[in-house]
Design a protein around this ligand. Structure first.
Ligand code: F6P
Length: 459
């Protein structure tokens, strides 16, 4: 049984990251990102070894000293030179793989791989995967289950399988998976290596059946036999959420939000400003709602808790600027001395975001494509006002929440506007029925089940 084997987790971001204090001493703090918040509490204070990349200056100092104990974790950090790291993380992971998996390329203009891309950035990405594979080969206890997380590290498995036949390898994708057509936007060698790499795991896991099907079609398209697949959607931890809601930071934020919103209706979104999240079309839809009905002016506030992501990657920087321009335009067009239509909050402040979701009348989750979208589930668990969910069917969470959500296709601004308006106007009985169903569906799966599914899939 998987549960009895030692566990090794492998991911790009680790459970802790280190910053250097004034004396140059590395100080640990909690690692960022959705995958880390889900997985870290489950393996804290256990013998699990977590192998991750050194992403900060402090991480690089720690990386030199082998496995390190910090904040209840055993962490092995791996450092890379700046050029290799940028090519791996920015150019391949954030600009190529992320775009392919989320269907973000506009095929008229992009992608357009320059000569040398495969021998340059892709080779650097392969090198990073090899260094991770070496670390696993060296550090994994006998007969360990190695749980590889996400799209950054798909090329390691063949080498580990050859050198450590005793370990079981599971890969879990937190993103959707590229359809066969989108996979073909990657250079032939890269897409084949990607699929061969994934197929060398004992099992590959996904948040929904849909992504697992896309993965199987992509395997077939490159002529690779698909490995065993499993579907294991993540769910929020209600105790963790309750503790956040009870925290001083969250209570203070809730009081501020109450003062800000007053008796107006509150539409909320919480997202990284990231291209697949579709933040711009969300604002377009809100503008259409205001345009269609002047009676809503002054009676609704859109709290946009959207914070920067992957700074320095050109497409993300450009998108962030466009988002901020759009907020300014809408506020200038409709705002008055006593009403700001969009309250824009660019700080990644988890307690404040949870306070906003708890106060929301309607939560907007309209991604172009999203592996799961845990925020949608968290929102329905913390909400205190029969909060409604406007949800894109392209979010993985749609499979569990779609039946009680207000559906809105991500490219259809008109339909999104109609869904927002309908959700704001729904009578109490309907709000209550939907809110109850959404809460129950959001609580149906706990993080521990999700981890257990990965371990079981190891065989
Ligand atoms: O959505 C999948 C995911 O791995 C998240 O868990 C995480 O927040 C993000 O992608 C990766 O982000 P980053 O590039 O900031 O590590």
């Amino acid at each position: 049984m998987g549960e009895e084997r030692p566990i090794v987790i492998v991911s790009n971001r680790g459970p802790v990251s280190f910053h250097l204090d004034e004396a140059g001493t590395p100080m640990a703090r909690r690692g960022a990102g959705g995958m880390v918040s889900a997985l870290a509490p489950l393996v804290r204070n256990t013998p699990t070894l977590w192998v991750a990349a050194a992403m900060t200056g402090g991480d690089r100092v720690v990386a030199g000293s082998g496995p390190t104990a910090a904040e209840g974790f055993r962490v092995q950090l791996l450092a890379f030179d700046e050029d290799t790291w940028r090519a791996h993380y920015d150019t391949v992971c954030n600009e190529a793989l992320w775009f392919a998996h989320h269907g973000l390329f506009d095929p008229v203009y992009e992608p357009s791989w320059p000569p040398g891309w495969v021998d340059g950035p892709w080779a650097a990405h392969r090198r990073v995967n090899e260094v991770f594979a070496d670390a696993v080969v060296e550090c994994a206890p006998q007969a360990a289950v190695v749980l590889v997380q996400d799209y950054h590290l798909c090329l390691m498995a063949p080498s580990i399988r050859r050198r450590r036949p005793d370990v079981r390898l599971v890969h879990f994708s937190h993103t959707p998976f590229a359809t066969a057509l989108w996979l073909r936007t990657l250079p032939a060698l890269a897409r084949r290596e990607l699929m061969v790499g994934l197929a060398a795991h004992h099992a590959c896991g996904f948040h929904t059946e849909r992504w697992a099907d896309d993965f199987r079609s992509s395997c077939r398209d490159v002529g690779v036999t698909a490995p065993a697949r499993f579907v294991a959607p993540l769910g929020p931890d209600p105790d963790d959420l309750a503790a956040t809601l009870a925290s001083d930071a969250c209570r203070a934020a809730a009081a501020e939000i109450d003062a800000l919103v007053g008796d107006r209706q509150f539409l909320v979104r919480v997202d990284r400003i990231e291209l697949s999240k579709n933040v711009l079309r969300g604002f377009d839809a809100y503008e259409a709602v205001l345009e269609a009905d002047p009676l809503r002016h002054g009676r609704v506030v859109f709290g946009a808790y959207v914070y920067p992501s992957r700074p320095g990657v050109v497409a993300y920087d450009r998108y962030r600027e466009a988002v901020m321009r759009r907020v300014t335009e809408i506020n200038a067009r409709f705002g008055t001395d006593t009403w700001t239509p969009i309250v824009f909050d660019p700080e990644d402040n988890y307690p404040r975001s949870m306070a906003a979701l708890a106060r929301a009348d309607v939560v907007l989750v309209n991604p172009i494509r999203d592996g799961l979208n845990l925020v949608a589930k968290e929102a329905m668990v913390v909400n205190r006002r029969l909060g409604q969910l406007v949800l894109s069917p392209e979010a993985g969470a749609w499979d569990e929440l779609g039946a009680a959500a207000w559906g809105a296709d991500p490219f259809d601004v008109g339909a999104t506007a109609e869904a927002i308006a309908a959700a704001l106007d729904a009578p109490e009985g309907e709000r209550s029925r939907r809110a109850e169903a959404l809460r129950a569906a959001s609580l149906a799966r706990r993080p521990a089940q999700w981890l257990a599914d990965q371990l079981a899939a190891a065989g």
